[in-house]
Design a protein around this ligand. Structure first.
Ligand SMILES: [Fe+2]
Length: 250
């Protein structure tokens, strides 16, 4: 059986955020993913980030449309639905109606924090989400300046059940040495559960997943790479998994 490679965070759908603007650009981006061995792409357009709002039925429509185009062109990649939701105070009231979990899992939700602070309602919302059967995945915490200066705050959220996705570009160094060093530190402290591309454009922000895995293989271990890959499979199948116990970063 062919190996499954899953990307849980990217902007692949055309014309609805700062990802590809046309269908042709979206297809180019999928071809880029296919070229590096990705078989499943969970589309996560921005939602509530101050610039883009997206409704669930339009996302589902675009996912179906893109899948049809891919199969008619013989491109062996499956697109699944999702959203990258910027955390907002009223999130719980809209959880079941306006927000899409990843890959139809009814469980995993990709949540982005603002760049320069951690809202006071973060931990209470995450707690309540979990009571309702959801698991928040914090998108690219390495981009949050508070977490970079005090990663103990990320530890607290992980210790209470949140999961973490780090960008492949932060692992490879495409976002600079400081973020690369910080991303590796998070991995070493078991504060990373997923690596994803956050791809936006086939040239400017492509799928760097495999080069990130290759680097982690050297800097962490083959087992750790297998762990993050397996975790992504659990998102795809909507099943829970045991994560490595987080270590408080000193
Ligand atoms: Fe993103």
């Amino acid at each position: 059986m062919a190996t499954i490679v899953i990307d849980i965070h990217n902007h692949i759908l055309p014309g609805i955020d700062d990802g590809p603007q046309t269908e042709d650009e979206a297809i180019e981006l999928v071809k880029n993913a296919a070229a590096v061995g990705i078989t499943h792409i969970i589309a996560t357009p921005h939602h509530r980030n101050g610039k883009f709002n997206n409704n669930t039925s339009n996302i589902q429509y675009l996912v179906n449309k893109l899948n049809q185009q891919l199969s008619s062109q013989g491109i062996p990649v499956t697109i699944l639905e999702g959203m990258e939701i910027q955390l907002y105070e009223n999130l719980l009231n809209e959880l079941t109606d306006s927000l899409l979990p990843l890959a139809g899992s009814k469980k995993y939700m990709l949540i982005e924090l603002p760049k320069n602070h951690i809202p006071h309602f973060t931990a209470p919302i995450f707690f309540e989400m979990q009571l309702r059967g959801y698991i928040p995945i914090i998108a690219h915490p390495e981009r949050n300046s508070i977490i970079r200066s005090d990663p103990g705050q990320l530890f607290e959220l992980v210790n209470r059940g949140a999961l973490v996705q780090v960008n492949a570009s932060s692992i490879t160094g495409a976002n600079g040495r400081a973020k690369r060093k910080f991303a590796l530190k998070l991995c070493k402290n078991h504060l990373v559960h997923f690596i994803a591309s956050d791809a936006h454009h086939y040239k400017k922000r492509p799928f760097l997943l495999q080069s990130a895995y290759a680097r982690l293989q050297r800097k962490m271990s083959p087992d750790f790479v297998e762990y993050v890959k397996q975790n992504a499979q659990h998102v795809l199948s909507g099943t829970e998994f045991h994560s490595l116990p987080p270590i408080h970063p000193k």
